[in-house]
Design a binder for this molecule. Structure first.
Ligand code: ATP
Ligand code: MG
Length: 447
């Protein structure tokens, strides 16, 4: 993309309404525009990152064997009357009446609808196990929408639902989701720690939340500092293996890590003092096992191996796709702007032309642009007439992890400069070497 042809409405001033750094930078970098409280337009740069995050979520869900579909945002109230949640859900549910006086709602989550789909089409244990998921806009009329996309009213969520014949199979689905979530967050350059949590209005027995540690987080958390040393890394996990998924689950959840809702002072105090931590965290996902809570009242039954009809065991599993943009920025920024992890960056590399209009630098930039694009990478070429300082400031603000700077002085010696946004370190090399290096850096992140 050439910046002169892009739509990147960066702001010079710091918007007064933004209280936390991710919200400030998303506004300043021209990623979002608020349309009303907690409701945002996703401008091109923000939309690009949203899509990257969404793609990672899709890839990791499908790697785990989960099947994508798409349910509507608007739901009939009758389904929620069947589960009893139409009255229970409260003020957060946006209720709508259509022209025929039918009660509708903008879905805050989809347990009822997916259960309805299941009961309409599945009747035998032979069709299990089954996990269906979608990534769709949700609406919750939050009393205090704030922090930009972190606590919106309209927000983008991945929600998945498992259907299993037995509790044991459903717990495997739970563990499988835990593993797939760990991999999802790690690909985004994030550490999200699974913590024992409280089930809230979804209801159920087992639940873990995934928290990204950040001072601006809304959740209070307590943990053994040793949990922060555990990574999934490049390990290949067989998602069909109950044992392998359970082993990862135990590895990541046996140390103390809880939200304030489930915090237990006595157990916490048994941890050696130097490892005891209390901190703030951002909830970026949650997994639940809730058994037959919806299948029973809604009649989602299958014929078991003995021919008897039994309600299926279910769980639901969510990832806050739009909230993740805020969480990633909270975890990765400096005083100049965002620092995108390679896995989610909107463009792979910025090209800064220090003397726009100079035949030689223009030609060198064009060549770089062509070579990077041919290598399957997406460069953002600042081909505007802005002075060098302004170009650097914009690149730093929007946070591309790598920048290639092209100037007449370097070109005389046959070199350009490759700079890391994270470390600020620069290295001179030939344009060909710069392209090769950037290709190498992104190789692990290319489908
Ligand atoms: P919270 O406790 O933050 O209100 P929740 O526990 O009610 O969230 P879930 O039902 O578990 O939310 O939804 C799954 C994920 O969706 C959450 O882990 C979170 O990342 C995201 N999410 C929930 N509410 C919002 C919101 N208002 N804005 C943006 N993302 C949200
Ligand atoms: Mg939650």
């Amino acid at each position: 993309m050439r910046l002169s042809r892009y739509f990147l409405p960066v702001l010079k001033e710091t918007p007064a309404e933004a209280q936390i750094v991710s919200h400030r930078y998303m506004l300043r970098a021209g990623m979002i525009k608020q349309q009303s409280a907690g409701i945002y337009s996703w401008l091109p740069l923000g939309f690009k990152v949203l899509r990257k995050i969404e793609n990672i979520v899709h890839e990791e869900q499908q790697r785990a064997g989960h099947i994508p579909l798409l349910m509507p945002t608007l739901q009939p109230a009758d389904l929620w009357r069947e589960s009893g949640r139409y009255d229970d859900y409260g003020e957060e549910m946006l209720r709508i009446r259509d022209r025929h006086d039918r009660d509708m709602l903008y879905g805050p989550t989809n347990e009822e609808m997916i259960t309805d789909i299941f009961r309409s089409h599945v009747s035998s244990y032979k069709d299990l196990p089954l996990t269906l998921y979608h990534i769709q806009w949700k609406f919750r009329d939050e009393i205090r929408p704030r922090f930009g996309v972190m606590r919106g009213r309209e927000f983008y969520m991945k929600d998945g639902y498992n259907f299993d014949l037995t509790k044991e199979d459903a717990l495997h689905a739970y563990n499988r989701h835990l593993v797939s979530y760990l991999r999802t967050y790690e690909r985004m350059g994030l550490q999200a720690i699974p913590m024992r949590a409280d089930s809230g209005p979804i209801g159920g027995d087992d639940t873990h939340e995934f928290l990204v540690l950040a001072e601006t987080g809304e959740s209070e958390v307590f943990y053994d500092s040793a949990v922060t040393d555990i990574r999934l890394g490049a390990r290949e996990i067989d998602y069909d293996s109950h044992e392998e998924c359970r082993a990862v689950m135990e590895e990541f959840t046996s140390l103390y890590a809880r939200t304030d809702e489930t915090h237990d002072e006595a157990t916490f105090n048994a941890i050696p003092e130097e490892r005891r931590r209390s901190a703030r965290g951002i909830e970026v996902g949650q997994i639940f096992y809730f058994g037959t809570k919806y299948s029973e009242p809604m009649g989602a039954m299958v014929q078991g191996t003995d021919g008897q009809k039994v309600p299926v065991h279910m769980g639901s599993h969510g990832i806050g796709v739009s909230r993740l943009l805020g969480a990633i920025i909270e975890a990765s920024h400096d005083d100049k702007g965002i620092i995108w992890p390679e896995g989610v960056t909107p463009f792979h590399v910025g090209i800064v032309n220090l003397r726009q209009g100079d035949d030689e630098t223009d030609a060198a930039c064009e060549q770089l642009y062509t070579a990077l694009t041919a290598a399957g990478l997406e460069p953002l070429y600042d081909d505007t007439n802005e002075r060098a300082g302004g170009k650097f400031a914009t690149m730093d603000l929007i946070g591309l992890p790598w920048r290639i700077t092209v100037g007449p002085r370097g070109l005389k010696n046959g070199v350009v400069e490759l700079t890391s946004r994270r470390t600020g370190e620069s290295e001179e090399m030939s344009p060909e070497a710069a392209v090769a290096r950037v290709q190498e850096i992104y190789a692990p992140h290319m489908g």
